[in-house]
Design a protein. Structure first.
Length: 306
């Protein structure tokens, strides 16, 4: 049973490290998704086996004393406290990682962080005794009634504030991550950039829509609306829906630029709208406005709407 628990811990920690490596390869190095997936499945067993052998060596080097082997196991009444504390820390670390790398990693990193913190907590508590929840607290003298009531009221208020903050974070954190993601893209666009330069710099969005001030006849037959949507893919291609063919088509970046010029027409104001969605009803957007000369004249502020 102990070998199984050791194997489970090593597999969980190996999964955590392999996931971090996968996120780093995809979000920072920008490698191909297929290569990152292969690297993940190669690193996971290697790291798990390495950690499992290290844990086995640690037990051989520092065996338990005979009287410790005969003693009863420690009660696991504090496992719930460790579960809650490590979950909160995992949420904080996942959000910090999301702000640092990309908002998408918050859901990817939470579970590995939680598993690693939960199983790694006993190792950490050996270095920091304050974190040892299984250690029995020292007996304290009975305090006066007024002090116990004051501490009870403080604990109640603290719990209520923590519950309210936790409930609010379910809404605030996704919106904040979405705003951060949109602002990062908006900051990469500057006045004077061309259409192709904007497409190169601003690729990270959930919904992209382009339109222009070209006068068009709403009653005319055919698909002559000066507007189109684009979806960037990690392989460097773009996808858009062709109304005439009634299907999605794939294009290179140069073909996407040509299609934009054909749909929106030169010599008129163009508008690129970038929209970001999250788990809340609020969406986040900003727009890039091009002048008749085909260069950026304004980048609107990032704003939320629902």
């Amino acid at each position: 049973m102990k070998k199984f628990k050791s194997l489970l811990k090593s597999v969980a920690l190996g999964f955590f490290l392999a996931t971090l490596a996968n996120v780093f390869l995809v979000r920072v190095v920008n490698v191909d998704d297929d290569f990152a997936a292969v690297a993940f499945f190669v690193l996971w067993p290697i790291l798990s086996y390495g950690l499992w052998t290290m844990m086995g060596r640690e037990k051989v080097i520092s065996p338990k004393a005979p009287n410790e082997l005969l003693s009863k196991p420690k009660p696991r009444s504090t496992s719930g406290k460790r579960l809650l504390v490590t979950a909160l820390l995992a949420i904080v670390l996942a959000v910090v990682l999301a702000f640092t790398i990309n908002a998408d990693v918050v859901w990817i990193a939470f579970i590995p962080f939680w598993i690693a913190l939960y199983y790694g907590w006993p190792i950490l508590s050996r270095r920091v005794p304050l974190l040892d929840f299984d250690k029995a607290p020292a007996p304290t003298p009975k305090r006066p009634l007024w002090l116990r009531m004051l501490r009870g009221a403080g604990a109640f208020v603290g719990t209520a504030v923590l519950a309210i903050a936790g409930s609010a974070s379910i809404v605030v954190v996704p919106i904040a991550l979405c705003m951060h993601r949109a602002q990062k893209v908006a900051n990469s666009v500057h006045v004077g950039m061309t259409v192709q330069e904007v497409l190169d710099a601003a690729r990270d969005c959930d919904v992209f829509h382009a339109g222009s001030d070209f006068p068009w006849d709403k009653n005319a037959e055919g698909d002559n609306v000066p507007a189109m949507g684009l979806n960037w893919r990690r392989d460097g291609t773009y996808r858009t829906y062709d109304l005439a063919a009634h299907q999605d088509i794939s294009m290179t970046e140069s073909e996407a630029v040509e299609r934009l010029h054909a749909r929106l027409h030169d010599g008129y104001k163009w508008y690129f709208s970038y929209t970001y969605v999250n788990v809340t009803p609020m969406h986040v957007s900003f727009s890039v406005i091009f002048g008749p000369d085909g260069r950026v004249v304004e980048v609107t502020p990032v704003h939320g709407w629902d």
